[in-house]
Design a protein around this ligand. Structure first.
Ligand SMILES: [Zn+2]
Length: 229
C-alpha cells in the first residue's frame, strides 16, 4: 500500500476517497454510501445492523459505543476507509476479507476511534428523540403501536411545540383528546413531559438494541451498566 491519503480538516473520521480510488470488493456489490458527512454521531444507519452488510461497531476512544441508539455501526466500507485514514484501531474482525487491486484485509467488526469524541450534552428536540424519551409508548394509555405526537396544551389554546408540551400518543388517544385541554379529556399523562438529559437518553437507547448483534460486539455493549450493579 502506498500513499495513504491525507484527509483534509480536523475531527473524527471524515469523508474522503478510498485509498488511490481503489474499488473494494468482497461483500455483495453494494452501493458505497457515505454516512460520515457532517455530524457523524447522529448519522449511523439502522439498516446496516444486518449481518450481510458486515457492519462494524464503532467505539469511542474510551471503548464505549459512540452511540447506543441507533447503535454506532458503520457499513464495512466506512470501517475500512477509517482504518486507511488511520482514524481507528481494529479490535475485532470478521472471517470475511475484502480485496482491492493491491491488498486484502479482514473486515473489521469492532473499531475504536483514536481520538476521543466528546458526547453531546444537549439532546436535540427531534421527533425521534421525543419518541425515544417516551419509550415509544403512548403517554396516555401506554400502547405501543400507531404513534403520533400530541400537544398536551393544544396548539389552538396557545400550546407550544416543546419537550414540556409534546408527548407520544397513539392515534386513538390523540383523537379522543382532540383540542380539549388535558383535564377535560378524561386522559392522564403517565409522567410529566420534560427535557431529557443526554445520559438519560443513552440509558433509554440501551433498551432498544437492534435486531442483529454480532458476537464480537458483546464485550463492548452494556458493560458499564453491568459494572454499576
Ligand atoms: Zn393511547
Amino acid at each position: 500500500m502506498t500513499g495513504r491519503p491525507v484527509c483534509g480538516g480536523t475531527g473524527p473520521p471524515c469523508t474522503g476517497n478510498l485509498p488511490s480510488g481503489e474499488g473494494w470488493n468482497g461483500v455483495e456489490g453494494r452501493e458505497r454510501k457515505t454516512i460520515m458527512d457532517g455530524d457523524f454521531r447522529t448519522s449511523f444507519v439502522r439498516d446496516h445492523s444486518h449481518p450481510k452488510s458486515h457492519p462494524a461497531l464503532v467505539l469511542n476512544a474510551d471503548y464505549r459505543p459512540l452511540s447506543y441508539y441507533p447503535l454506532s455501526l458503520w457499513p464495512w466500507q466506512e470501517a475500512v476507509k477509517a482504518v486507511f485514514l488511520d482514524r481507528v484501531n481494529i479490535i475485532a474482525e470478521y472471517e470475511e476479507t475484502v480485496r482491492s487491486p493491491s491488498m486484502e484485509i479482514k473486515i473489521p467488526s469492532v473499531v475504536v476511534l483514536k481520538d476521543y469524541v466528546r458526547p453531546q450534552k444537549r439532546v436535540a428536540f427531534t421527533r425521534f428523540n421525543l419518541f425515544l424519551r417516551d419509550e415509544f409508548c403512548c403517554q396516555y394509555c401506554g400502547s405501543k403501536g400507531d404513534l403520533t405526537f400530541d400537544h398536551v396544551v393544544p396548539r389552538a389554546r396557545g400550546g407550544i411545540t416543546s419537550w414540556e408540551n409534546v408527548v407520544a400518543a397513539c392515534s386513538r388517544c390523540n383523537l379522543r383528546k382532540g383540542s380539549r385541554p388535558l383535564h377535560q379529556s378524561g386522559l392522564a399523562l403517565r409522567k410529566p413531559p420534560r427535557q431529557p438529559g443526554a445520559e438519560e437518553m443513552r440509558n433509554m437507547g440501551r433498551k432498544f438494541p437492534p435486531n442483529y448483534l454480532h458476537d464480537s460486539w458483546m464485550d463492548f455493549l452494556y458493560w458499564d451498566a453491568e459494572l454499576e450493579e
